[in-house]
Design a binder for this molecule. Structure first.
Ligand SMILES: *Cc1c(COP(=O)(O)O)cnc(C)c1O
Length: 355
């Protein structure tokens, strides 16, 4: 099966093979060495000077929740700039954590409204951070974070970013945006398996002992203190770490995030060419979309279930729209191991379905 959903991805033979490495206790020095290798490789993906990685056993949501648990101030508001499911979910996390926050809920098809975020910061004097999603997978929009990061710098507030579906496959400008932290996962653009997730945060901030996290498991300060030597406070998913290690090696060998982004863009353009030739309309223009995913409007008269079944029959798993876009939208992601002949089979299949 070729997975065209936004994570998990179809594994490469090397990553699949890594799952079969030797059994290993997470308290042994061999695992500590593995952890340190992964942390350094994660920090090297963008050469993010001044940032340290923290590795945890969770899905991407767990990493985002740990980022907010650890870095959202319990006494000063966090402004959440949302234009999709994942942005709105961050506000829900803050609500559950009992932390003061303001949700700037923008229209899902629109860019983040930086003016509205500025107004929310005005309305919440003392606000300490802005939280935003980089690639909002709901619509495929790659949010332009430079203006928002500029606003944060101007106001002296931290920027917390969900980069779950962009880390490793899009530009993340650590030096320019100066985010306080970004959260991501092993099994999207990095091509690992589900179970390992991580946060990159400013080193000095990770070394603090604020203990802001309402959940012990999500306290990244505690992980960071232990992981200086490669050990972790809790059991890690050893096999997911093996896979992530192999996946990071592959990313580096293949030319890093920029080469991966170019690969996704080539694949997405091939899919877009057949869909557009058959009159299928994109939800957003290609220029606004992440390379790894596009959302498309279902033509009238074609049920998503019918399209999904036709693709699955041929060995491809596509993805539905989400929330209020569930009825009229389908999504195609182009991450993971997709051999060229399979991509050609996919485009021929879509051409036939929409003919
Ligand atoms: C996939 C995704 C998540 C959630 O990741 P899980 O691994 O399913 O928990 C969070 N944010 C964004 C933007 C995503 O695309």
């Amino acid at each position: 099966m070729i997975l065209l959903n936004p994570g998990p991805v179809t594994l490469s033979p090397a990553v699949r093979q890594a799952l079969l490495r030797e059994d290993l206790c997470h308290r042994e020095p061999e695992f500590a060495a593995l952890t340190l290798r992964i942390l350094r490789a994660l920090e090297a993906v963008y050469g993010a000077a001044g940032y340290a990685a923290v590795l945890l056993t969770a899905s991407g949501t767990g990493a985002v929740e740990a980022m907010l648990a650890t870095f959202a101030d319990p006494a000063r508001a966090t402004v959440v700039a949302a234009n999709g499911v994942y942005g709105e979910r961050m506000a829900d996390m803050l609500r559950r954590q009992g932390k003061p926050h303001a949700l700037v809920a923008g229209a899902w098809e629109q860019p983040v409204d930086v003016g509205a975020v500025a107004a929310a910061l005005d309305a919440h004097p003392g606000a300490a951070a802005v939280a935003v999603v980089h690639h909002e997978t709901t619509t495929g929009r790659l949010n332009d974070l430079a203006p928002l990061a500029g606003l944060c710098r101007e106001r002296g507030v931290g920027l917390l970013v969900d980069t779950v579906s962009s880390f490793g496959g899009e530009a993340i400008d650590f030096a320019g945006w100066q985010p306080l932290a970004v959260a991501a996962t092993a099994n999207k653009c990095l091509h690992g398996v589900p179970g390992a997730a991580f946060v990159l945060a400013r080193r000095e901030r990770l070394a603090a002992t604020n203990a802001w996290s309402p959940a012990l498991y999500l306290d990244l300060e505690r992980y960071h203190a232990a992981q200086r030597d490669g050990f972790s406070p809790f059991t890690q998913s050893v096999q997911a770490c093996y896979a992530l290690d192999a996946a990071l090696d592959a990313l580096q060998a293949e030319g890093g995030w920029a080469a991966r982004r170019a690969l996704y863009a080539r694949r997405s353009a091939a899919v877009a060419a057949v869909l557009e030739a058959r009159g299928v309309e994109p939800l957003l223009p290609a220029a606004d979309s992440a390379a790894m995913l596009r959302a498309w409007r279902l033509p009238g008269g074609l049920a998503y279930g019918t399209l999904h079944a036709a693709c699955k029959q041929a060995g491809f798993t596509i993805y539905a729209g989400q929330g209020r876009l569930a009825a009229g939208v389908f999504r195609i992601a182009t991450m993971g191991e997709i051999p060229e002949p399979d991509l050609q089979r996919l485009t021929a299949l879509l051409d036939g379905v929409f003919a």
